[in-house]
Design a protein around this ligand. Structure first.
Ligand SMILES: Cc1ncc(COP(=O)(O)O)c(C=O)c1O
Length: 398
């Protein structure tokens, strides 16, 4: 055996993604890619904002001595200034550039944070259903992922959180707007969460960090507010990116924001910057940092109304067929209850209709399935008859 048992186990745990991928590919080869309705990928398909593309073109054309050289591990000063300015304007904070570390996406920000924080065996809490990669990110840094339930509307269950906290709890991950549920966490919930963590930090004699994973922050519908935990809890670390707001997921540019009220602010900064270096990221993409330096402070984003229209198209039609779900308030996912108790069987029924969905067990919550509506209107429209036949076969539609 040439790779580690730990890695073999991770591959096995993540194998449902590969299976889906392979099933999808097989179907596309068999029936033609345009006949298969792939709702499985969280890959933003809107064009980036024109202003961002214009800056990117200018920056790519720039020449100069060492323009493509290594950068400071923390990132370009101008990029960190622009990110800090964006948060300060939006949330009325007082971040300085040193509170920002430029990263390779929100995923890079989560990994440098966990690398900096965790002792082996430390516990990191996440709420069910969760972005599956959290379990692997925590495992990357020798931590233990602890799943905690949400309520019937997918908001974190605070009494359950309180019961799950132990002296080994180092961090709690929250994600609003949420993947896979599309839920936004309201201010009252964040206040309650902050109170629970403040009490527990005092009881255990060390801070419990709140890691707020916010890559979907700009994708919010119906003008709803999307408060950030950083405004509620001092030991908050925000992981975010331009994967979704700028539709630049493949360019791998994001940031970590360390709350100015975080007690160990300087250490967390040093630790995460060093982690950027030794995890092999070295520095976030240099060209994209120059783009961020000129765009992050400007409130640019793809138009969420475009995703909102798709949400309405898909959710109105599915609701009329008898599917039941919490209507998404942000991000671009719908997380309906499976009409069959075993959601993998229902996903197989959908596959027979050439519709690819992700079973809820992949997010720690069997009995549901996830649809990404980062797909064109035509894909939604063409898939609806298949959803309807599957609803009939599953018995929710007469
Ligand atoms: C909840 C969540 N967190 C983090 C990420 C990673 O995003 P990024 O591309 O910024 O690394 C994703 C990507 O889909 C996500 O859905």
């Amino acid at each position: 055996m040439s790779i580690s048992n730990r890695m073999l186990q991770s591959i096995e745990r993540g194998s449902w993604i590969r299976r889906m991928f392979e099933q999808g590919r097989r179907l596309k080869v068999q029936h033609g890619a345009d006949k298969v309705f792939d709702f499985s990928l969280g890959n933003p398909d809107l064009d980036p904002p024109a202003e961002v593309l214009a800056v990117l073109a200018e920056e790519a054309a720039r020449t100069g001595h060492m323009i493509h050289s290594y950068m400071p591990n923390a990132g370009l000063q101008e990029a960190r200034e622009a990110v800090a300015a964006g948060y300060n304007r939006r949330l009325g904070l007082d971040l300085v550039p040193d509170d920002v570390v430029m990263t390779s996406g929100a995923a890079g920000a989560m990994n440098i944070t966990l690398k900096a924080l965790l002792e082996p065996g430390d516990e990191v809490i996440g709420f069910v259903p969760y972005f599956a990669e959290y379990t692997f990110y925590v495992d990357n840094h020798a931590g233990t992922f602890v799943p905690v339930p949400t309520d019937a509307t997918f908001l974190p269950d605070l009494p359950a959180l309180e019961a799950a906290l132990t002296p080994r709890t180092k961090a709690v991950i929250v994600n609003s707007p949420n993947n896979p549920t599309g839920r936004l966490y309201p201010a009252a919930l964040l206040e309650g969460l902050a109170a629970v963590l403040t009490r527990a930090s005092a009881r255990f004699g060390h801070p419990i960090y709140l890691i707020s994973d916010e890559p979907y922050r700009a994708l919010v519908y119906d003008g709803l507010p999307c408060p950030s935990p950083i405004a509620f809890y001092p030991d908050t670390l925000v992981a975010s990116s331009h994967s979704k707001d700028f539709s630049l997921a493949g360019e791998r540019i994001g940031h970590l924001v360390i709350s100015p009220r975080c007690a160990a602010r300087a250490q967390v900064r040093q630790g995460t910057i060093f982690a950027n270096r030794i995890l092999g990221f070295v520095n976030a993409n240099a060209l994209m940092q120059r783009v961020v330096a000129r765009t992050a402070g400007l409130d640019l984003a793809v138009d969420p109304a475009l995703y909102q229209r798709r949400r309405d198209r898909l959710s109105d039609a599915l609701h009329a067929m008898g599917y039941r779900f919490q209507k998404p308030e942000g991000a671009f996912y719908l997380f309906p209850r499976s009409p069959l108790p075993d959601e993998t069987r229902f996903c197989d029924l959908l596959l027979e209709e050439l519709i690819i969905a992700v079973p809820g067990s992949g997010f720690g919550l069997p009995g549901f399935f996830r649809l990404s509506y980062a797909v064109e209107d035509a894909v939604i429209d063409s898939a609806l008859p298949g959803f309807e036949r599957a609803a009939r076969r599953a018995g929710i539609l007469a």
